[in-house]
Design a protein around this ligand. Sequence first.
Ligand SMILES: [Zn+2]
Length: 1029
Amino acid sequence: MASSSPPVHLFFLISFFAATWLPVESAYIAYNTSGGIVAGKLNVHLVPHTHDDVGWLKTIDQYFVGSNNSIQGACVQNVLDSVVEALVADKNRKFIYVEMAFFQRWWRQQSDVVKKVVRELIASGQLELINAGICMHDEAAVHYIDMIDQTTLGHQFVKQEFNQVPRIGWQIDPFGHSAVQAYLLSAEVGFDALYFSRIDYQDREKRKDTKSLEVVWRGSKTLGSSADIFTGIFPINYEPPPGDFYFEVNEKSPVVQDDPLLFDYNVQERVNDFVAAAVSQANITRTNHIMFTMGTDFKYQYANSWFRQMDKFIHYVNMDGRVNVLYSTPSIYTDAKYAANETWPLKLDDFFPYADRTNAYWTGYFTSRPALKGYVRVLSGYYLAARQLEFIMGRNSLGLTTDSLADALAIAQHHDAITGTEKQHVANDYAKRLAIGYAEAEKLVGSSLACLTESVSYSQCDNSETMFEQCPLLNISYCPPSEVDLSHGKSLAVLVYNSLGWKRVDVIRLPVISESIVVTDYEGREIESQIFPITSAAVNLRNSYVTAYLGISPSVTPKFWLAFPVDVPSLGFTTYFISSRKLAGSKTAMSTRYSSQEIQNSNTLEIGQGNLKLQFATDEGMLFRYFNNRSLVETSINQSFCYYSGYEYDAHRANPQASGAYVFRPNGTFPIAPDRQVPLTVMRGPILEEIHQQINPWIYQITRVYKKKEHVEVEFIVGPIPTNDGIGKELATQIMTAMTTNKTFYTDSNGRDFIKRIRNYRADWELQVNQPVAGNYYPINLGIYIEDDNTELSVLVDRSVGGSSLLDGQVELMLHRRLLHDDGRGVAEKLDEVVCVNDQCEGLMIQGKFYLRVDPSGEGAKWRRSTGQEIYSPLILAFSQQDSGSWTKSHVPTFSMADASYSLPDNVALVTLQALEDGSVLLRLAHLYEAEEDKKLSMMAEVDLNKLFAGRKIVKLSEMSLTANQARDEMEKKRLKWRVEGSASTIVPVRGGPVDPSKLVVELGPMEIRTFTINFDHMLPKINTEKKA
Ligand SMILES: [Zn+2]
């Protein structure tokens, strides 16, 4: 545009610039970032951080190297590379790093020069490793043993490489928070504080109003104040505060433009924004310290873009003087909170369930991807057992370790892994890692057992002649080593390993091809056994899933199940033999099988030859009565299925929230009545009895009662859930009794403490009920129970699921979910799992079990705890074919690591026994009962280590913190004692005393877990040289 007269407004513009130029030199500015805490001022702690999911939209390795960026532009290598440079550039800058799975990957690729620099940054506190497990584990669908293992793995790395002990729990993203996280994985780890962001939106509003976002959390009823943890909940989320403070490259937030030669100078505006954000947060926070979480998912890929802005904020805001800003870490922040000597509100129980807004309860993920959840649980128990054998044999003595399984399991605890909230290709990646880890551990287990049976000298173990096979697909009736023809004089040795610290009597089941079979123990005595036909439902599942998993079609189809009782010593094995039957009058009984239609004169059917009896109404196909001859418990009971139709996403509705991988939002409940056209099938025999029901075309159920067990085992095959009607479905089973339970039920926290739940009620605020089903769902890892004056009903599960008690007298479990809409929380995929065989895909079927029992009121704990351990640690079976009769001449048929007469007390479990790389051994013992949970068992227990480790001498025993990275007494000395509002409770927890090295007896109080490192005089295995003839 051409113009001859100068416009008037140009003059004003020039004067404005002239005015702002005056006070500022346009040159290099040395930002003063050195500010520390200033007393009497509001202190804003800038905590630079990145939240790096160990797999979510991309796999862990894709996130690390920065590939597959069309899904998400994220590269953790860039983060760590650039953070190190940015920290070196200014010693006042600080950064925290959290996920050791990424840090380990990065660390092993660094040069010695970089490693030296990083060691210095860590030693000086500029770079602080916090939380520092392999991942930031989930808190709902994880078992406490897995939480401990994955945190220990990270903490051991941090200790070994950097000699550091992480001080802070940083669970910023998990979808709700567990009591076990608070008292066990925080206080007992030695953390000084725990921080996170996701709590119910109604809870958050009340806490903001009452300045109660920061609390002292007492997660354990039993351990009381001795396991308190200071807990900070962020006001909104783990991102920078409102007001545009995001500074990744390409971010929209205005940068601080402080060069007067350039346009858009904005120092004062940005200082004002910052002060406003600080004052706003200070208004809901106690003390004059607030934290700004400066970062979010996968940020700091070019770290300087953040640090440059934070340098300027610290410089200019401190010049401004209204508030004080400093580079900080959660440790510095926690120390400042502690120094303020404030009293804090007390928080009990936990933070489940989590809703982020109306109608959006994140209770679907308690069940999402039930097959992955089941796989993790199975391998968790297997890993525990494999580590025992690794210890018994000596670490790495066979050239094999459990390390890769450890790693895969650790990664799978991530809050987008076991939760089922990852994309399908990422779920596949977790499963692949688990399968690889299992394969190596399976070899170690097989070789260890071979060595222990061969009674050769230790040095010859790596070339054992015995080969043991195992059957990881036994749950779908696939076990090639047992499906063999034994008619030509061969027999099958079945070695049964028990990883529990107690002698165990149980029944094992194997698929076989012939009914002419005899089972003997290692002394040649015939064992009573039972044969029953494999149903077509089981065969169909087996054939299609073996093909899907292994890419092969099974060459034979077993016709029968063989069941027989086994009696196995603690921490050891025994051997049984299966051979073809030659003599008449054997103790192998063929089950009688008939259908309910064949029953004349009765519409009632009873199973159970022992104390427990179940009665079914044949016309309705329903269980209706439970009776125990010993305890005289009798109750009416029925069990049924229903599905919830998943709410569909519809942008035109007022609240368009869909049901998806995270969120459970039912849109109606639909009972599934058993198909009356399909009769019940009954199988009877001397060991167990079963009722088979095809409930509908996609639900098959077996209700099983063992003669010598007093609980019901329910096995289900569910799927493919049909969606051809365009409706996603979430399948639940309901167990209904006439009990009067007053809205109350109990669910476990990570398989450990039971927490009281009251329907439509929260202790911390007045609950506005908008989702009467989803809002009453809780995570279940061990079990759920209800009770009234007379009886209690307990249900135990084989993996994590969601569950509730939606009516008095009722218990509900959600078993499977298949949904057709994304629920809008980032994963951007529908939860629609399919399995493909030869390019033919159909919805995922799952097979699983739950267990139920009714006890007189107050007597259910013993069953829940003991059977819970058996479910977590199933017997391990290993098979070897042999020429009949020769085995016991050349093999050791039975073994126990412990003294033959020794068993752990009924209230104690061995949760870790692991040979560490430095030659020491990690031992964890867990008391299984809460205070007052059981009349006899909620008391101090004693474990005699000399008897537990028969044949080895303990030369050194050190009690450690939970993750074994510091001495227990050091940790106790450092523990911060926080002051709590109101009258302090007077519970004095019972804890075991110090271990006398001359006696080596460990005491454990209720719910106590004690961790030790042990050095033995020798690490060679105890070889049993006594051969049985
Ligand atoms: Zn996350």
